[in-house]
Structure formats: structure tokens, C-alpha cells
Design a protein around this ligand. Structure first.
Ligand SMILES: [Zn+2]
Length: 345
């Protein structure tokens, strides 16, 4: 699965060299790749960087593969299902990367497989370092491809948990804006924590609503401003400033709001910074942003998937395309939630 970053319309399938042993001691047979908005941005020429000295990038950062070769003592063995972690530390490194917290990198010197400066996992074989591989329970099978999006939400919720320890806090209600793959994963992790989860999305009916309601989530179709309850936590997953602004009106005193999405589609927002300042100060609120995931979040995500209902997780994967026609995964279809490329087909 290749693309020339910066050049729209270059996504396709090409023969590439065998994976370089320098990319990691584990040799892996690629099984599946999940496709997300970042991949669409790269394919549109709007994002992504090839490795130094190359024009082409092997895309694919939501991975699942089966170990073919593993050195003795690596902790892995042939046949193991694994997912490759996306980010690698800034080689310089920055102080956060030096402390092993490369998801909190202080520079833009990090690499990300399939996105920035490093080839991704969208090939029939790939390599990964044992320290950047996460084991997947055999019974999860194909559902392991959901680990990367789950890791991003595991970090978001882990940060909420840590911030909530600053003072008195009760796990009451949580609101998730957007019921796509990221929003539904946010709902799952919130429900697992015991929150009364509410979700808001524009879709009146359909699979997104069904999946949210299957978790016991209270689903609201329409505008976040129309929600009739106040909430202790908001996980914003649309990337739309107007949605974040509406949702923030429902944040209770002492509440925590997490931004996970970025979009460039929103019209300029008329934000009253004075009112926002006043509301946040008088109500002890926290607003924070989060990106990527550290090693412990990948492990938390693996635990969350292992605990979830496999039937529900299967419902998130709405379309599968074979490697030869993987670019069809980039075209959004109305009922899509997570589209997966089958690297074995
Ligand atoms: Zn760094």
C-alpha cells in the first residue's frame, strides 16, 4: 500500500523490497490494516512524509500481523498475533522521548510508521522491534486491527483519570461527540469505567446509533447544544470547533473536557474567549488535547478489547477490501464505520 506524500492521486499497490532487518527483529506476515482519516489526508497529498531520501511511503498505521520469525528471548514466537506501535522517539532525543514518553514528544522530531518519516505496515511482510510490538489474544483474531484507534482513546481516558485525581471527582456522566470509530471507542472505554455515557451524532438512525445503544449509551441525534443533561467528562471526537463549543456548554462544575479530533472543515467560529475564561475559572474546569498513545496506553487498549464483547467489536468493521484494490477503502460510504484492508486476500 504505497503513496507519494504531497502528491494527490498516487495511492496504489507496488512491489517493494523485502523488509529491512534494521526495521526490527520480528518478521511479520501482515494480516490487516485499518484505514482512517489520517490515511485519507495522506492520500489526498495533504499530510505525511516519506523516509529520508525516498519519495514513496508505505502507508498503514492501524496494523495486525502474525509473527513469522522472532529471536529467542524476544518475548514473541512464530504464530503470535501482534500489532505494531506507531510512534518512534525523536532520535536526538527530546526530554520526553528520553524518558520513554514519546507520545508526549516536545519536538516534531519523532517518526510515525505509515505517516511521518517511517514506512508503515501496509505490506504482505513487515518488521518491527519487539519493544514496539503489542501481543493480541489469539481469540481476538481480526479484531486486533482495532487496537491502534483504541490506544488513542485509552490515552484520552487515562489522562482524564489522572486529571480527575486533582480534587473531589465522581464518575457520573460522560458525553462523547461523534459516533464514528473514534467516538464509539470512546463510548466503550467510558462505559467500561462505569460512566453513564451519552453520545451525540448527526445521524438519526443506522449502525452507529445501534452500536452506541448496544453499549447502553444514551444516543442523541442532532446538535450537542440540544443535550438536556450536564456531564462530568466530554470526549470530543469530531474535530469540529462548533461541536466542541456546543458540547462545552454542558460541562458541569469540576468537569474535564478532552479534545481528540482535528478537522479543517469548520467555518470560522465566533468564540467569546471572555465567557469561556469566566466559565472555566468559576467552575474549575479543565480543557486538554491529546494525540497518539504511549506504551502503557497500548497495553490498556489491549485489555479494553479483551474485556469488550467480541460481537460488538466485530460490528465496528463494516467493510473489507483486498490488498489489490485497497484504495477503495479511501472512498467513504454512508454506512462505513471502520474499513479494513485484508493483506492476505
Ligand atoms: Zn521527543
Amino acid at each position: 500500500m504505497t503513496v507519494r506524500p504531497g502528491q494527490k492521486g498516487t495511492a496504489g499497490v507496488e512491489e517493494v523490497p523485502r523488509p529491512d532487518p534494521h526495521d526490527g527483529a520480528l518478521l511479520v506476515r501482515g494480516r490487516a490494516i485499518g484505514v482512517c482519516g489520517t490515511d485519507r489526508e495522506i492520500a489526498d497529498g495533504a499530510y505525511g512524509t516519506p523516509p529520508s531520501g525516498e519519495e514513496q511511503l508505505i502507508i498503514g498505521h492501524e496494523s495486525l500481523g502474525e509473527v513469522l520469525e522472532a529471536p529467542v528471548g524476544s518475548g514473541f514466537a512464530p504464530g503470535d498475533l501482534i500489532v505494531g506501535i506507531v510512534r518512534r522517539p525523536d532520535p536526538v532525543p527530546c526530554p520526553a522521548c528520553a524518558a520513554g514518553e514519546w507520545d508526549m514528544c516536545r519536538t516534531d522530531g519523532f517518526g510515525e510508521r505509515g505517516i511521518v518519516r517511517l514506512h508503515g505496515y501496509g505490506s504482505e511482510q513487515w518488521r518491527v522491534e519487539p519493544d514496539f510490538a503489542v501481543p493480541i489474544l489469539p481469540r481476538l483474531g481480526e479484531l486486533g486491527v482495532l487496537l491502534e484507534p483504541a490506544s488513542v482513546l485509552a490515552k484520552a481516558w487515562d489522562q482524564v483519570d489522572q486529571i480527575s485525581r486533582r480534587a473531589f471527582f465522581q464518575r457520573g456522566r460522560a458525553l462523547v461527540t461523534g459516533a464514528g470509530p473514534i467516538g464509539l471507542m470512546a463510548c466503550l472505554l467510558g462505559a467500561q469505567r462505569g460512566y453513564e455515557v451519552h453520545a451525540v451524532d448527526l445521524a438519526q438512525a443506522g449502525r452507529k446509533r445501534d452500536l452506541a445503544e448496544d453499549l447502553g449509551v444514551r444516543y442523541h441525534a442532532g446538535d450537542a447544544a440540544g443535550i438536556d443533561v450536564d456531564v462530568d467528562v466530554i470526549i470530543e471526537c469530531t474535530g469540529l470547533g462548533s461541536v466542541a463549543h456546543s458540547a462545552a456548554q454542558r460541562l458541569a462544575s469540576g468537569g474535564i473536557m478532552c479534545l481528540t479530533g482535528i478537522m479543517n472543515l469548520d467555518a470560522a467560529l465566533d468564540l467569546d474567549a471572555t465567557t469561556m475564561n469566566r466559565n472555566m475559572v468559576l467552575h474549575n474546569q479543565v480543557l486538554f488535547g491529546t494525540v497518539n498513545a504511549g506504551r502503557r496506553h497500548w497495553e490498556q487498549a489491549a485489555e479494553a478489547l479483551a474485556t469488550a464483547d467480541p460481537g460488538w467489536l466485530t460490528g465496528l468493521i463494516t467493510r473489507r477490501v483486498p490488498l489489490a484494490s485497497w484504495t477503495e477503502a479511501l472512498d467513504r460510504q454512508p454506512e462505513d464505520i471502520k474499513v479494513v484492508v485484508d493483506l492476505t486476500a
